[in-house]
Ligand binder design. Structure first.
Ligand SMILES: Nc1nc2c(ncn2[C@@H]2O[C@H](COP(=O)(O)OP(=O)(O)O)[C@@H](O)[C@H]2O)c(=O)[nH]1
Ligand SMILES: [Mg+2]
Length: 309
C-alpha cells in the first residue's frame, strides 16, 4: 500500500465532519497504519453511534453484489453510506477485490457512497486490527450506515459479530451440504439470513432446512431471526431485505450499545498493554535466553513484560 504517499499531518476533523472524502481517506490511512497523529485524531472524535451492518458468508455467495444492490436502495432513500470491504482470504490485488471494485465503480462519483478496501492484517482470517477505530472515524463523518463486507472464514465472522449491530449472513442453495459443519460456528452470528442465488434449484428447500437447524440452536431467540431469499444480480428480494436491515437498526437496545463499547474498550486496552511488545524482538530475546542455565518461561515473561512496560 502507498503508505509513503500519505501526508503524515493529521487531517482536519472539520473536513471529516463535513464528509470530505479525501480527508476521510487520509484519516483512514493514518489510523490503518497507526501513523503519528492517529491517537490525537481518535481522541478528538465525538462518541457517536452509527449502525454497523456486517455482511458475511462464504466466498462467491454474492455479498458484494448484494451490498451493491442495497446501496442503490440506500441512495434512493437519501442515505449516506460507508462501505468497508475486508478480504482476509486473499491478497490486496486479488481478483475478488478487483471484481468488487469494478462492480462498485458506479458509485465512484456519488457523494452519498464512500467505499474503501482494507487489507486484513495480524490475526489470520480476522478483520483489520483497527477496524473499530476506522468505524468510529466514519461515524463522525456524517454517514447514516456503515456496511462491512467480510468473507466468513476463520476469525473474521467472530470479529464482525462483536463489532456489528447486526450481521447479515449470506448463503447460497448449495450451502446445504455444509450446514452441519456451519451450525457450530458461523450460523450463530447471523441476525438476518439471506439465501442468495435463489434463481438456482433447491433454494426454498435449503431455506427450510436452515430454519429448522436454527430453531434448535441455543443462543439467539429464533423469533428474532429474519430470513430472506434474494437474487442479487436481478435485484430481487432486495427491497424487503433493505427494510429489515433498516428497521432492525431502530431497535438497538442500550444494553447492546454498552456491550459494543465494552468490546471496543477491551480491544483498545489489550492494544495499549501490548504496546512495545514486538514479536521479532520477543523472538530474539527468547533465542538469547533459552540456552541460559535454568531458563524458565514464566520468569522470562515476567521480566520481559517489566522491561517493556
Ligand atoms: N445466479 C446468481 N449469481 C449471482 C447472484 N448474486 C451474485 N451472483 C454472482 O456470483 C458471483 C460472486 O458474487 P460476489 O458478489 O462477488 O460474491 P462475494 O464473494 O460473496 O462478494 C458473481 O459472478 C455474481 O455475479 C444471484 O443471485 N444469482
Ligand atoms: Mg465480495
Amino acid at each position: 500500500m502507498q503508505i509513503h504517499s500519505v501526508d503524515p499531518s493529521p487531517p482536519g476533523l472539520p473536513l471529516i465532519r463535513n464528509g470530505d472524502f479525501r480527508s476521510i481517506a487520509r484519516a483512514i490511512s493514518l489510523i490503518e497504519n497507526s501513523m503519528p497523529g492517529s491517537a490525537e485524531l481518535l481522541q478528538s472524535l465525538e462518541n457517536k453511534h452509527v449502525p454497523i451492518i456486517g455482511i458475511t458468508g462464504p466466498p462467491g455467495a454474492g455479498k458484494s453484489t448484494l451490498v451493491d444492490a442495497l446501496t442503490k436502495y440506500a441512495v434512493e432513500h437519501k442515505k449516506k453510506l460507508a462501505i468497508l470491504c475486508v478480504d482476509p482470504s486473499s491478497g490486496f490485488h486479488s481478483g475478488a477485490l478487483l471484481g468488487d471494485r469494478i462492480r462498485m465503480n458506479r458509485w465512484h462519483a456519488n457523494p452519498q457512497v464512500y467505499i474503501r478496501s482494507l487489507a486484513s492484517r495480524g490475526s489470520v482470517g480476522g478483520l483489520h486490527p483497527h477496524i473499530f477505530q476506522i468505524a468510529d472515524l466514519l461515524a463522525n463523518a456524517g454517514f447514516d450506515y456503515i456496511f462491512i463486507e467480510t468473507v466468513g472464514v476463520g476469525q473474521s465472522e467472530i470479529d464482525i459479530a462483536r463489532l456489528a449491530d447486526q450481521v447479515v449472513l449470506v448463503l447460497v442453495p448449495e450451502s446445504g451440504d455444509d450446514i452441519q459443519g456451519m451450525k457450530s460456528g458461523i450460523l450463530e452470528i447471523g441476525d438476518i439470513f439471506v439465501v442468495n442465488k435463489s434463481d438456482r434449484a433447491g433454494a426454498s428447500l435449503f431455506l427450510e432446512s436452515l430454519k429448522s437447524s436454527l430453531q434448535f440452536q441455543s443462543g439467539k431467540s429464533f423469533s428474532d431471526l429474519k430470513f430472506f431469499q434474494t437474487v442479487a444480480t436481478e435485484e430481487k428480494g432486495i427491497g424487503e431485505l433493505y427494510e429489515a436491515i433498516m428497521n432492525n437498526n431502530k431497535h438497538i437496545s442500550p444494553k447492546k450499545l454498552i456491550r459494543l463499547l465494552q468490546e471496543k474498550a477491551w480491544q483498545l486496552i489489550v492494544e495499549n498493554r501490548m504496546r512495545g511488545i514486538d514479536r521479532e524482538q520477543l523472538n530474539s530475546s527468547l533465542q538469547h535466553s533459552v540456552d541460559q542455565p535454568g531458563f524458565n518461561l514464566y520468569q522470562f515473561v515476567t521480566a520481559y513484560a517489566a522491561a517493556s512496560g
